[in-house]
Design a protein around this ligand. Structure first.
Ligand SMILES: Cc1cc2nc3c(=O)[nH]c(=O)nc-3n(C[C@H](O)[C@H](O)[C@H](O)COP(=O)(O)O)c2cc1C
Length: 191
């Protein structure tokens, strides 16, 4: 029998939200692998409610994505060679049915994408700081779909060229709650 690994998967452990990106382009086949990884996520009733719109820096649609971002994100995300906007199908109009797991399953799919990116040496950074309503207008998102996170993607850049505050955020230790605060055996732990 295989022994249990003593460390969590390196693509989970080594992923972090990057603030600087190299201008080296992301190979098309690598980008496709990320979306293939996202595609293989589990989903409630196998509904696969995730959708992704992406643009490369030299595409006409890139500024549409970039300009949705809050200034605090735009300042560093504008160096990302690729921006991706994710969506969840929260309501199926054909069957008149809401999917209460749509964002859950979009998250699973995006987590796969981020892990696959990490395994390929790519840098990622998910963002919620953007104008959600304008995103729906700009991209004419059909009814029943809601935007999820925007993701900055590229190869890691030289963080020493970042402004001091961003360097600090980029190099900060990754803080997490203790397991005892988030995992309860048998019953809900009272605060
Ligand atoms: C849905 C979502 C929205 C986020 N929004 C932003 C954002 O708008 N700006 C930002 O700098 N980071 C954003 N983040 C990144 C988080 O701040 C980051 O994941 C968290 O601090 C943990 O750090 P780590 O990703 O390096 O482990 C977001 C992450 C997620 C998953």
């Amino acid at each position: 029998m295989k022994s249990t690994p003593k460390v969590i998967d390196s693509n989970i452990l080594n992923r972090k939200s990057h603030f600087s990106f190299s201008q080296n382009p992301v190979e098309e086949e690598h980008l496709l692998l990320l979306f293939e990884a996202a595609r293989f996520a589990p989903s409630s009733f196998n509904a696969q409610p995730w959708r992704y719109i992406y643009a490369r820096k030299n595409d006409a649609d890139y500024p549409k994505l970039l300009n949705l971002l809050a200034e605090s994100n735009k300042v560093w995300a504008s160096s990302a060679p690729i921006l991706i906007l994710s969506f969840a199908q929260v309501f199926d109009l054909k069957n008149n049915r809401a999917n209460r797991f749509a964002f859950h399953d979009l998250g699973l799919s995006t987590a796969n994408l981020l892990a696959q990116a990490t395994s390929l040496g790519l840098a990622t950074h998910p963002m919620g700081g953007y104008d959600v309503e304008r995103a729906k207008e700009v991209f004419r998102i059909p009814e029943g779909f809601e935007p999820g996170a925007m993701i900055a993607l590229g190869y890691p850049g030289d963080s020493s060229t970042l402004a001091e505050d961003l360097q600090k955020r980029n190099n900060a230790p990754r803080m997490r709650k203790e397991l005892s605060e988030t995992v309860f055996k048998g019953s809900w732990k009272a605060e």
